[in-house]
Design a protein around this ligand. Sequence first.
Ligand SMILES: [Zn+2]
Length: 94
Amino acid sequence: MYELKNYSETAVRNMLQDYIKHTGIPCTCDLCQADITALVLNRLPAKYAVSLRGQILTHWESQSVIDQTRILSEIVRATQLVAAYPSHPKEETN
Ligand SMILES: [Zn+2]
């Protein structure tokens, strides 16, 4: 089964995990992490490739450098937004 894989999503997920590990975010629950990932991806160009069972088959976009500085600044922005307006009541995060 051929699937479409978005490199930007993989990059954002990896960088968010690094950011949580090294800097930390106010709430690390699955919902807040998903909210941050969605906010960041909505502001980045998608980079799709064709994959088969997780293995990338097309490589023409994989050489293009994903702008890590841009992703990081979007992660910082999204983290602040989600911290200010979490999708769940703030009390539950304590
Ligand atoms: Zn949360």
